[in-house]
Design a protein around this ligand. Structure first.
Ligand SMILES: [Zn+2]
Ligand SMILES: [Zn+2]
Length: 228
């Protein structure tokens, strides 16, 4: 078995993909142990899905138990591996309506050309329509919050484990490409919404994990200042 400590973020949460884990331009990919089921947050570029599945296995989980895959937004470094994950596990795919078209049909806004990969589109089973929706995975509630800005349909996810609020805020740092649908003023309100959550742990999309309410707040406020 692989040493868990390198990959474990906190109780029930593991980092199973990312630059220093699976490489290949992958975003940080997080696995949540929901007791009888597994939740995967984002799927990476898709070059190293097999490696990620092997890592999940070496952590003592059966990758086929991934029942839910949340795609936080339609960029290739987050959605490229989604089709393969769905094919291998039969999981339910969740995403927001505003990013549905590129996830299901591809196109330049996925950024696949920048990464030099061909995007294999995936069907979304549960579409988030509004400002927030809660889904159940195993014994955990997943609060999906619409946080537009980086892309129109970006979402953040909040779970509570052992009394701690864990926030998955993929790419809340940006970058912002207006031609890809980024909107800084929407992003600012989204960040204020995330600050109100007072999360204890922030799992970011490319810059790892931040521990403690103060650190999380400082991280988000730092970007608000930077882009003010
Ligand atoms: Zn990203
Ligand atoms: Zn992105």
């Amino acid at each position: 078995m692989t040493s868990e400590s390198r990959y474990q973020v906190c109780e029930r949460v593991y980092a199973v993909g990312g630059d220093d884990i699976t490489g290949g331009g992958d975003c940080c990919i997080y696995l949540v142990d929901c007791n009888s089921e597994l939740l995967l947050i984002d799927a990476g570029v898709g070059r190293n899905t097999g490696r990620m599945m092997d890592l999940i296995g070496s952590l003592g989980f059966n990758p086929v138990s991934i029942s839910t895959l949340i795609l936080t937004h339609a960029h290739i470094d987050h959605i490229g591996g989604a089709k393969e994950v769905r094919d291998r596990t039969g999981c339910v795919v969740i995403a927001h309506r505003m990013d549905l078209d590129p996830i299901e049909n591809g196109g330049s806004v996925t950024g696949s050309d920048l990464y030099g990969v061909r995007y294999d589109p995936v069907k979304v089973d549960r579409v988030i329509e509004g400002r927030s929706e809660t889904f159940r995975c195993g014994d955990l509630d997943l609060l999906c919050i619409h946080t537009p800005g980086h892309t129109p349909g970006s979402i953040s996810i909040l779970i509570e484990v052992e009394g701690e609020k864990v926030l998955f805020g993929q790419d809340i740092h940006g970058p912002f490409f207006p031609e890809l649908g980024s909107d800084l003023s929407l992003w600012r309100s989204s960040m204020h919404r995330l600050l109100e959550l007072e999360a204890d742990i922030l799992c970011e999309g490319h810059f790892g994990v931040y521990y403690g309410k103060e650190e999380v707040r400082r991280y988000i406020e730092g970007y608000l200042t930077y882009y003010s």
